[in-house]
Ligand binder design. Structure first.
Ligand SMILES: C[S@@+](CC[C@H](N)C(=O)[O-])C[C@H]1O[C@@H](n2cnc3c(N)ncnc32)[C@H](O)[C@@H]1O
Ligand SMILES: *[C@@H]1O[C@H](CO)[C@@H](O)[C@H](O)[C@H]1NC(C)=O
Length: 246
């Protein structure tokens, strides 16, 4: 990513303002605090995000049932499920498997389950989405992932794992915030905020070109739209949304 001198200067300014947080990191206090506090923070943010994105989610998830297996039952794995904000959009009776690598989200997920009686959680797998040996090859019809690929260590490895667990003809649904277009104001500010944003928000990357990984991953069909999400955090407005078929 090219960064002009102005970006470098402003980025350093933002980092200077965030000096107290860097100090906490240096003392080893920030990381553990974040792992505990982030689920509380995220559960609140998610309510706002869902309000803004509900029409988009409704539309995106409207054809989930088309991917049900031969028996008519839909086996759905959500990776990085967090507090379970997508549950309300899933069809009744689907077999739900959830994954996350941070166990502190579990109580928020349980709360969402209690509000979505049309679903039953069949399994909860604590693992990085890059490596989920608990889930057999070709065993799920659909994998869902929202606001997770900005966090993962390797998007490429996650997509490989998704392709492994999906049955042939199964689909991967995604809704992710991504890098702004080249030369856009979005990308300009993303480059400035990115280092501090990553620390503040437990490792969230602001400017990933996630669509490139999706294009390269080897799905047989990719439906992908670039949209501007109607949320107040302007650096996180550029989004991709869609689904890919194995
Ligand atoms: C911003 S939250 C989004 C939660 C939920 N998907 C939503 O849309 O509300 C990101 C979630 O991804 C999880 N996560 C981050 N890295 C992960 C990884 N490598 N494997 C699995 N989950 C991960 C976090 O623990 C967190 O629950
Ligand atoms: C599961 O899939 C992986 C990757 O596609 C493959 O290497 C492995 O042999 C498969 N395992 C089984 C039990 O089929």
């Amino acid at each position: 990513m090219e960064a002009s001198w102005l970006v470098v200067l402003l980025r350093a300014g933002v980092q200077l303002l965030a000096f107290p947080i860097y100090l906490l990191c240096y003392l080893g206090l920030w990381g553990p605090f974040c792992k505990k506090a982030f689920p509380h923070f995220m559960a609140r943010v998610a309510v706002y995000y869902n309000e803004k994105m509900a029409p988009k989610k409704k539309e995106l998830f409207s054809n989930l049932k088309d991917f049900a297996g031969p028996s008519g039952v839909l086996t759905l794995l959500e990776i990085g499920a967090g507090s379970g904000t997508n549950f309300e959009f899933y069809p009744a009776g689907c077999r739900l498997i959830c994954n996350d690598n941070n166990d502190n989200f579990r109580k928020f997920l349980d709360k969402s389950l209690s509000q979505n009686r049309h679903l039953q959680l069949e399994r909860y797998v604590i693992a990085p989405a890059e490596d989920m040996p608990q889930i057999p090859n070709a065993s799920v019809d659909v994998v869902v992932c929202t606001l997770v690929l900005c966090y993962v260590e390797s998007t490429e490895r996650v997509l490989k794992e998704v392709l492994r667990v999906l049955r042939p003809g199964g689909a991967f649904y995604f809704m992710e915030h991504v890098a702004g277009a080249p030369f856009s104001w979005s990308l300009f500010w993303q480059q400035i905020y990115d280092p501090v944003w990553q620390i503040l928000f437990d490792g969230c990357h602001l400017a990933r070109e996630t669509w490139r990984d999706l294009e390269k991953a080897g799905f047989s069909e990719l439906k992908l739209w670039h949209i501007r999400a109607p949320v107040i955090w302007h650096p996180a407005q550029p989004h991709i949304i869609g689904y890919a078929v194995k």
